[in-house]
Design a binder for this molecule. Structure first.
Ligand code: CA
Ligand code: CA
Ligand code: CA
Ligand code: CA
Length: 71
């Protein structure tokens, strides 16, 4: 576990696959994961914005933009 900065906010990061690249993040430090890097490219692909345990934003095509925010 280590700390990374995402969008100017310090987040706790965890390397679940052991490849040295953080895969899941706890951005608010409440002990629950709220962001996931599904393909381990260093860019977050899914995020739970309101911390209800349900993912709200998805980047299904891995283009770096959450699909819900794409126009
Ligand atoms: Ca959290
Ligand atoms: Ca990714
Ligand atoms: Ca949610
Ligand atoms: Ca996308």
């Amino acid at each position: 576990m280590w700390a990374v900065t995402i969008n100017g906010v310090i987040s706790y990061a965890y390397d679940m696959t052991g490849d040295g690249i953080p895969d899941v993040y706890d951005s608010d430090g409440d002990g629950t994961y709220d962001a996931w890097d599904l393909d381990s490219d260093g860019t977050i692909d899914e995020r739970d914005v309101d911390n209800d345990g349900v993912v709200d934003l998805h980047d299904n095509d891995f283009n770096g933009v959450f699909d819900e925010l794409e126009q």
